[in-house]
Design a protein around this ligand. Structure first.
Ligand code: THU
Length: 137
């Protein structure tokens, strides 16, 4: 039986096959887990008007929120390149909105389908601006 991190890595790798990436040819898959354990997946969806591209992480997070979930418990990300795929700057800020500072972010290898590195949004987006800045004004 795979543990949660392994299962999320597998799901991220699985959804990567559906990436629509005819321009960059770089496929990305993401799996986000809600507080209640439910998992949602997403892939990158590119567009001929390049700036309209939706990243895998934001695609998965949008599904989580659309299902009525409020918080991200963990995230797994995989990209089709030989370097580990880490979330882009825009996705980091979106993750920051919904994940606790120490929520695990699993960076995965597309060949082994395993977690290679575990980080969190505190590491990826230090000194970040988040919702509590407005709540505590
Ligand atoms: N991409 C993602 O989906 N997530 C990331 O974190 C990095 C970049 C996508 C966007 C684009 O379709 C392709 O990867 C190349 O930038």
């Amino acid at each position: 039986m795979p543990n949660t991190a392994e299962l999320m890595a597998q799901k991220a790798c699985e959804v990567m096959q559906y990436a629509y990436a005819p321009y960059s040819k770089y496929r990305v898959g993401a799996c986000v887990q809600a507080e209640d354990g439910t998992m949602f997946v997403g892939c990158n969806v590119e567009n001929i008007s390049y700036g309209l591209t939706i990243c895998a992480e934001r695609s998965a997070i949008t599904s989580l929120i659309s299902a009525g979930k409020k918080k991200i418990k963990a995230i797994a990300i995989v990209g089709s390149g030989s370097e580990l795929c880490t979330p882009c700057g825009a996705c980091r800020q979106i993750i920051r909105e919904f994940a606790a500072q120490d929520a695990p972010i699993y960076l995965c290898d597309p060949l082994t389908k395993k977690v290679v590195e575990t980080t969190n949004i505190k590491n990826l987006l230090p000194l970040s601006f988040g919702p509590e800045h407005l709540e505590n004004k």
